[in-house]
Design a protein around this ligand. Structure first.
Ligand code: GLU
Ligand code: ZN
Length: 303
């Protein structure tokens, strides 16, 4: 079996990632799976390469050693485990979908999609923000029959109709309907940047990942990804979505705040076992806060 740790390069690791790594390495140990490390810098407009070595270094310092893929030792030069080095692969997979008529080009802006969604009127952003609503755009398929070129346009995948049902190994049966959640979602944006959904599935397939362990914040992506696996005639991996560490306002921790980063806490003198113990406690894996080395913490998953 192969599972993976797939950080994006949008910031330093924080305690939420430590909890995530505990789940990935802990469940892998329990289920006899190898852990592969992959760098998800598919979107070059957001990824910052300087985070790569910081992340790999922090993993090593904490004691999380991948069995496969990217590590500090293999991080120089181009890699099959760094998405920005794999655009030819995504291009080839996209071509197979294009030949089968399963993707199309779209010129709609975000605003135009919002307009269609709301029946002509754009709801004011600030009103949404005040109500604390974060609306996901659901694309209605405006361009689906226009035959627009893929190059220079958003590339959209023709989602399948109906519910996708899957058994989450942690949360039980899940039902999601991509057609209603997001509509025909994008695989590449108009600037040529590959999307998370597409790059992630292409990589999970070619890396042979058969167990996906990740935070509940990405749960909503799973049906979309399952549709891609099935369309590409690849086996669908097992899924395990774990709870997150929330901050005092009930939001998930953000990678962009350096103040909360492991790098910073380490500079301030925190030890690896203190931080692992803290993450395990905040994530509900232990009842009291105590220092734990990486291998001690992974034993928690034997229960
Ligand atoms: N790259 C994603 C992230 O850092 C993880 C994606 C996944 O596990 O599917 O949030
Ligand atoms: Zn469109």
């Amino acid at each position: 079996m192969i599972t993976r740790f797939a950080p994006s390069l949008t910031g330093y690791l924080h305690l939420g990632h430590v909890l995530h790594m505990l789940y990935v390495w802990g469940m892998a140990r329990k289920m006899g799976s190898n852990v592969l490390c992959r760098i998800e810098d598919h979107d070059l407009s957001r990824a910052r390469p300087e985070y790569e070595s910081a992340i790999l270094e922090t993993m090593e310092w904490l004691g999380f050693v991948p069995d496969l893929g990217m590590s500090i030792a293999s991080a120089t030069g181009s890699s099959d485990f760094r998405q920005s080095d794999c655009t030819n692969h995504y291009q080839a997979v996209l071509q197979t979908l294009e030949k089968r008529g399963l993707v199309y080009g779209c010129t709609c802006s975000r605003k135009e999609i919002q307009q269609v969604m709301s029946g002509g009127t754009v709801s004011s952003r600030s009103a949404d923000a005040e109500e604390g609503i974060s609306r996901e755009l659901c694309y209605s398929g405006t361009c689906s029959e226009k035959g627009l070129p893929l190059e220079g346009n958003t590339v959209r995948f023709r989602t399948l109709e109906g519910e996708t049902v899957f058994q989450d190994l942690k949360l039980g049966e899940q039902r999601q309907n991509p057609r209603l959640q997001c509509g025909d979602f994008s695989l590449r944006d108009r600037n040529g940047q590959w999307t998370y959904q597409f790059a992630c599935v292409c990589d999970d397939i070619r890396h042979g990942v058969d167990l996906v362990i990740r935070g509940e914040d990405i749960l909503f992506s799973t049906a979309r990804q399952i549709q891609l696996f099935k369309t590409l005639e690849a086996p669908v991996p097992g899924y395990f979505h774990h709870p997150l560490i929330l901050d005092s306002t009930g939001n998930k921790l953000s990678k962009r705040q350096r103040s909360e980063s492991i790098t910073q806490l380490r500079e301030q003198g925190a030890s690896a076992s203190e931080l692992i113990g803290k993450a395990a406690f905040l994530g509900g894996l232990t009842e009291t806060e105590q220092s734990l080395t990486c291998s001690e913490a992974l034993l928690l998953f034997d229960k």
